[in-house]
Structures are given as C-alpha cells and as structure tokens.
Write a protein of this length. Sequence first.
Length: 262
Amino acid sequence: MKLVIIGAGSSYTPELIQGTIEHYDTLPFTEVCLMDVDERRLEILAGLTRRMLDRARLPLTVTATTDRRHALEGATFVNCLLRVGGMDARINDERIPLKYGIIGQETTGPGGMMKALRTVPVVLDLARDVAEICPEAWLVNYTNPSGIVAEALGRYSPVRFVSLCSGPRGWIKAILDRMGVEPARANVDWIGLNHLGFAIRVWVDGRDATQQAIEAVADHWSVDAEWLRTLGAIPASYLRYYYHHTRVVEEAQKPGYRTRGE
C-alpha cells in the first residue's frame, strides 16, 4: 500500500508519520510518498520522515517529489494537507476582517470564505488527477475549510473521499479530562460538522452524565458557563466566535494581539 501526502511540507506531516508507525499493524504501508511545491520544506520533512521510520525499524520506502501526478501513481490513500498561499495568506484572512469588526478565522466567516476561494479549485484539480491516475484511492482531506472542501468534492468530483477534523476528538478528551473519567468508561454523542459541533450527551458507565460534564467544564471552556447550561450541551470552542462575537473582536483588536497565523 502506498500513502501519498500532498502538501507534505506541512508541520502536521510528522504527526501523520507517527500515526503510520503506531498503526502499522492495521495499515502496513510499503511506501510513503511526500509531495510539496516547496522544495526546501519537502527536503526537511523527507529527512525527518526517514529518520522516524528508521528508528521504528519499519520496512517503508520514503520518496519525495514536487511532481503531483508522479506522486499519485499507484496510490492507495492520498492525504491532502494544503495551505494555498501559505501563512501570509492566512494572516490576511485573519487580519482583514478585523478591520471591519468581524472575526477572521480560517474555517468560518469571511476568513474561511477567502480560504475556500483559494483552496477549492486546487483541491478539485487534485481530485481530477486522483480520478485519472489512481481512481481506486481514497482522498483523505485535512485541508480547511474542511466542510466547504468536502461539499465541493461531493458535488463536483467522483473520487472516494473523507474530510476530517481532529477537533471533536480533542474536545471530547478535554471534557473527560475535566471530569476525571477514563475514556474506556465513557461514550460521547457528538453532532455537527467540522468546527461547528456539540457534545450533546455524555455517558459514563452506561449512565447519562451530561449535566456533570457541563459543570465540570463550565469555568474552563471558551464558551461561557451560562451558555452551556442554557444549551444543555457543550459546544466546540469555535462557537465562541458566534456566541461571544463582540468580546472576541475586542480582544483581537487590542495592541499586541497575535492571530493564530502569526
């Protein structure tokens, strides 16, 4: 099996390689192909990838290329980690809306839309290559705005794809940590897409512990405790951009504030 990482110059690539190592028994890849348009970053990440796999003593071949079509040959999974325009474009997405009293953020609002306008054409172009060169491969998208990219792929591409966000896993872990509950004892019902989701039920040892969960996080969440109790659910931290818009804008407009991109 061949794993292709498009945008492999990303700082997320080492996490993917670590996951490949940890789950090798389930996904025994024979080749990892790293592709990026930035030759310097590609060289750095390829070297790190080889060292990680050598240390794990796994028999994987590591290849690196700036040629996307060549990278896709024989692919089983194609992981998409694009940031069209790089960090400079992200910072513009975050900063420009703030001039007008609006949140700049890469998955929602005008910042997310600007990112989508740059990113969707590139992802659809990648999908066309996948459909032609490795039509049986799965395209695994981790590029934001994840929800909009997924909608574009679903409407305009025949490729098999999933569009992922690690946020829900992290938020669920944070809830259980605050409760002092081991994950093996719990189930959490999560609804919503990408960064606009909610933990609506928390079960511990088979019993509904939602109210206990709300109280456990009430004073430690990015959304006010009053909102949590009113909702009867725990929203993703991104919902603060909607519930507490004025406050977030005021904080972001203070001198010395640094955006996530910065």
